[in-house]
Ligand binder design. Structure first.
Ligand code: FPP
Length: 248
């Protein structure tokens, strides 16, 4: 018997309708490792390879931005050794892949509270941002020590200060103005959000930005998410009817 070969070409994509910005909740690393009787950290390590694979494929497809939820403000409640391990992953990731990402014109960006990470982690991420800042391909954005509610509160505080200092009036506070104060201000609107591992919730990710995104929940664990799964997600996105509250 022949096994069906997994092939991304099974999904015919409309290259004129590629989502500009895809956000990923990379879930299931722990369960992926447990299934293999390995420690959870093994799953996180495999998860970093998936980030590289998906970023390169998304870049090839012409996706402009990809945001990955790598560590939430709530993840600090995990056991300390797991938290410490995740804080070392940026070094593992950039040691292995920064050159390749650079060669592929990928630009690294960041949302979250980098100043709450250990100094060494901050330096690694900042160096990757600096080194790739003139690249014009995919923006690979790490949401690391990030929380959606926190981001909205931070934006509100900045706007409140401008109001208090008389730099703006209440009428200046529009949705566009508010958006410019979010950490994602330089990124295109999120078209598609994919959460792996079968969980169906947002977990405080990009709460404002996902208002009109299409959602795809797949049972596949993040370490198993591959180019074929990306093509499938984009194909599903292209078969959705986006109306943005209007009629068609
Ligand atoms: C959720 O899986 C995944 C995370 C908490 C993210 C782990 C981080 C990475 C894969 C990459 C970080 C890389 C860089 C370069 C910053 P889970 O542990 O919740 O899985 P489970 O639900 O199966 O337990």
């Amino acid at each position: 018997m022949f096994k069906r070969k997994k092939n991304k070409d099974n999904y015919q994509l409309d290259m004129n309708n590629i989502p500009a910005h895809i956000a990923f909740i990379m879930d299931g690393n722990g369960r992926w490792a447990k299934k293999r009787k390995m420690p959870r950290t093994y799953g996180h390590n495999e998860g970093t390879k998936t980030i590289r694979n998906i970023a390169l494929e998304a870049n090839k497809l012409g996706v402009k931005a990809m945001t990955v939820y790598a560590f939430s403000t709530e993840n600090f409640s995990r056991p300390d050794d797991e938290v410490q391990f995740i804080f070392r992953l940026p070094k593992t990731f950039f040691d292995l892949y920064l050159k390749e990402l650079m060669d592929n014109n990928v630009r690294i960006c960041y949302i979250g509270h980098l100043n709450r990470a250990p100094q060494a982690t901050q330096e690694i991420i900042q160096a990757a941002i600096d080194q790739t800042k003139n690249n014009t391909g995919l923006q690979l954005c790490f949401a690391f020590i990030y929380g959606g509610r926190d981001e909205i509160v931070e934006a509100t505080k900045k706007i409140a200060t401008s109001l208090k200092e008389g730099k703006i009036t209440e009428n200046d506070i529009t949705e566009d103005y508010f958006e410019q104060h979010l950490m994602t201000a330089s990124l295109p609107p999120v078209d598609l959000m994919v959460r792996t591992s079968g969980e169906q919730r947002l977990s405080n990710f990009l709460l404002w930005q996902l208002a009109y995104a299409e959602f795809i929940f797949t049972p596949v664990y993040w370490p198993d998410f591959n180019a074929e799964e990306l093509h499938k997600a984009i194909w599903m996105y292209q078969n959705r009817d986006r109306r943005f509250g209007g009629l068609k």
